[in-house]
Write a protein that binds this ligand. Structure first.
Ligand SMILES: [Fe+2]
Ligand SMILES: [Fe+2]
Length: 159
């Protein structure tokens, strides 16, 4: 495994952690890819495919985290894989305004999805539909989490 040059102990440990987790994510990815390709159940393949998409992203994020840490520890002047927050560009006010609009939309979306999920409840045993709507509700919660972070941070950079 590659070592960090000039890193502190905690940076070296964190780097180890991130790169070994990246390897685990890589193995899971292969397992899901196999399942998605070989199972005789189309429903199982469909769901495995959904997980596979997430795992591909997880793998990438772990790689980005390790690379950003390396960039930071080694004082590399190149742009890191994960951008610095800075002051949200030169127009934090616009970022803040856009974020508030998007947050409103996501919250309205969350409400609709909750409604839809309860409408589909009776089909819960026979179809994947309710599960898929529930997963979208979870995605929406994630989007709200991202936007809340941006909103808080952009607001702060305007103080
Ligand atoms: Fe994962
Ligand atoms: Fe969304």
């Amino acid at each position: 495994m590659a070592e960090l040059i000039g890193a502190s102990t905690w940076e070296a440990e964190l780097y180890d952690h991130l790169t070994s987790h990246e390897a685990i994510e890589g193995e899971m990815l292969v397992e899901y890819r196999d399942v998605a390709a070989t199972s005789s159940s189309r429903a199982f393949r469909y769901l495995s495919d959904l997980i596979l998409e997430d795992e591909i992203r997880h793998h990438r994020v772990f790689r980005d985290l390790a690379s950003a840490l390396k960039n930071d520890a080694e004082l590399d002047p190149a742009d890191p894989a994960i951008p610095h927050i800075g002051k949200w560009g030169d127009d934090a006010a616009t970022v803040l305004r856009l974020t508030e609009t998007l947050l409103e939309r996501e919250r309205a979306d969350a409400k609709e999805l909750r409604h839809l999920a309860s409408e589909l409840k009776s089909l819960k045993q026979e179809t994947l539909w309710q599960l898929l709507v529930k997963l979208m509700e979870m995605d929406t919660a994630k989007h709200i989490e991202i936007l809340k972070f941006v909103k808080r941070s952009a607001k702060k950079s305007l103080e």
